[in-house]
Design a protein around this ligand. Sequence first.
Ligand code: ADE
Ligand code: ZN
Length: 324
Amino acid sequence: MTRHLKKAELHCHIEGAAPPALALAQARKYNVDVGGLIEDGAYVWTAFSDFLLCYDRIAGLFRSEEDYAALAEAYLVALAEAGTIYSEIIVSPDHGNTIGLGADAYLRGLGAGIEAARARTGIEGRMIITLIRHLGPEQAERTALYAATRPHPLVTGINLAGEERMHRVADFARAYDIARDAALGITIHAGEMAGADSVRDALTIVRPSRISHGVRAIEDPGLVAQLAEAGVVLETCPGSNIALGVFPSFDAHPLRALRDAGCRVTLNSDDPPFFNTSLAQEYEIASAVMGFADAEIDAMTRTAIDAAFVDETTRARLFAALDA
Ligand code: ADE
Ligand code: ZN
């Protein structure tokens, strides 16, 4: 059991963390038909592109500042109850604009939820603004410019998510230059639906301190060595990878091989209810299915705190909480 282990996560899309029951309540609130999207208390999707469509429709059920505050607070309080001391949620101002709420109010709502969860439980949270790959490089640059204005004190980093098979990493180089100049923490989805080349491109073009997933680097041993040498932190999400068919089974998942090759790895939930998982379950799988000892899992949590996009005072406080 891993219930006693303190936990931290760097990679969870906040709209992807909405439990189906909450999504149903939102659908009732806004009188939206979600037939075909939620069945028997679970989200319905088949392949990755279909998952992204389902994700967007569920995200569209959250429309007000209060909706976002309640979503973030509920997610983080549940994490804290499972022993989590830190969480970075991936947020999408583009989505806030799409639903007509506006990016500022969207972030304000999520930020209020993070503060409320901290007041109730002590859990620390930050927001990572994501650029959305399938909206294209020009929109990504606009969103990066917005992120660079530091629109909320809890926004500390930038990511790129969405359909990994659309556009090339190089197309987003300018957006990342904008984010880097604003001293935002840099991470990027790569090596999930696309192969090792996408990780190599991310590494050389974006120069991130972390990579979201990155697990398909395993297809290229030279690249794995390069990741280890560079100390880039991989935000791995094994349950998500199995649900999306990136690997056929947990036995075939490369988490252990990457760790053994010297890569810095962490455990994350990605879009937990979409993939029938939770951060606590990812920890449990690492232990009971993948066979990591408690000390090895603790090392991954330390890596997460070490790589968190926080100020050094907060990092020291998180390490103290981990060791308490
Ligand atoms: N957006 C939400 N979840 C995602 C994932 N797992 N990969 C890419 N984009 C996403
Ligand atoms: Zn993700």
